[in-house]
Design a protein around this ligand. Sequence first.
Ligand code: HEC
Ligand code: HEC
Length: 233
Amino acid sequence: MKRVLSSMVITGSMLLGSSVATVAWAQEMDMPAPDADKGEELYTNGDSDRGIISCASCHGDAGNSTMSDNPSLAGMPHEYISKQLLDFVPQEGHDKAARLGEGGADSVMAPFAAALEEEDRANLAYYLATQTLDADNAPAATDEDTMERGQEIWRGGIADRKVPACAACHGASGEGIPGEFPRLAGQFPEYISQQLKLFRSADRDNSDMMHDIADRMSDSDIAAVADYAAGLR
Ligand code: HEC
Ligand code: HEC
């Protein structure tokens, strides 16, 4: 809980990213400060010697994806990005990755994530956290019929099933919170609902918090809140 509270205090606008927090964090971790230029270079061009293809070819220029299969990454908390890059790969003492795809298959990300070193993860995460969501071209909500239900869940949760308000952790306007809570505003609704279903089935087994939440949601709750969240700015 201490971590949650301290990240609440440094809440800023998603557009500002979390660069200040990043440098302090590197000092705390006794690591070289992350290098955004190196992050940008690897993100844009990949590294063919290591079998890493350009991240931009799937996730778009500066983390603004134009393909609904591939999430937008611009302005996500750097801690969240680094964590995901680790979670796509089995960690010591585990025979499978904490974050898998449907039916327990390896994520598309597994081979790229496995080729990254700690320094790459820090540089990539720092670069992406300091990019700006292209709000005008990002996905918006499209389903009029579920808008109200989506907003209800976002702001107030589902009381009779003890689902908490999404806004409490992901921010009132879905901007995320530096530290650990990812941005959902402007994300593809297809991606948001896919991830909620993966949390529910525990194929994505990297957050007890999100598993417990998704486990209490029906497909129609998920569709409504995913569409609503995508449209937030
Ligand atoms: C072939 C397309 C492709 C390439 C190349 C690719 N990604 Fe991904 N990435 C995906 C897909 C698809 C997902 C969703 C994966 C899932 O849910 O299992 C994803 C998910 C992610 C996530 C988690 C996002 C979130 O919101 O949780 C991060 C972080 C990420 N990719 C970073 C990178 C980086 C950094 C690179 C380059 C080193 C890269 N990706 C290369 C397709 C790609
Ligand atoms: C108690 C805090 C909390 C609440 C409440 C919460 N979330 Fe989350 N959510 C998280 C955390 C932490 C993560 C990151 C998990 C990880 O490490 O991968 C996350 C991740 C997600 C992701 C994955 C994002 C991505 O880029 O892959 C989605 C989608 C999501 N939450 C949707 C929701 C929705 C919808 C609600 C409301 C029904 C909700 N969350 C409520 C804490 C919360």
